[in-house]
Design a binder for this molecule. Sequence first.
Ligand code: SAM
Length: 238
Amino acid sequence: MNNDSFAALLAAKGLTVDDRQLEQFNRYFQLLVEWNERMNLTGITERDAVYEKHFYDSVALSFVTDMSATSSLADIGSGAGFPSLPLKICFPHLKVTIVDSLNKRIQFLQHVAAELGLEGVTCVHGRAEDIARQKEHRDRYDLVTARAVARLAALNELCLPFARTGGLFAAMKGTDPAEELEEAGRSLRELKGKVRRIVPMQLPLEQSERHVILIDKLAATPRAYPRKAGTPVKQPLL
Ligand code: SAM
């Protein structure tokens, strides 16, 4: 996929990117492939696939949320930077906080942010369960997101504590998440989340299915949550 075709896919969704932003995506792609030889960042390295399945898929969150009304974004379990870094490239005003428990990935993300000249990107090494206990991160963010991190029942406990009251948690999922939603009732109640809407989407070329679950944060996180690191995934609130 060349710059023009990527820009055209975004333009079809009403999003304009300039040459500098396209160059940032190019550089991000190069760094991803380069560093992936030394550490495990992604199974996808072919240019077209990276642009569609990582870059476009990440940016797609902006098609279903209002980025102009979003100032702070937290990306939990960001891995190689998805979805937050493509969003930051397209929406430079965002203040982005990335949390990941693997320090090598955090180092990669810091390097990418510096190389691309992205300002207002903070990369935090740690477990979401621990970081959400820190005052500066708890009940703070306008928008919290996570892609491919855990099932929704566990993910609610990892992510909702970061969202401010009145904020939004957007869980990025693949195929139909109906089953995950069914088992997420208790975690939603305990973590003060309420499903607003589930938005189905499709990747533009290979057409695979995606879903974004939009969850409103109704009140401050109760003191008991999140539980000890590891517990939300091992013993989800079912
Ligand atoms: N979001 C990226 C994506 O969509 O490509 C990465 C997904 S990767 C499968 C999951 C990431 O979540 C890994 O980088 C892992 O280190 C991180 N992770 C898993 N559990 C975590 C936790 N409790 N706190 C912080 N990061 C976590």
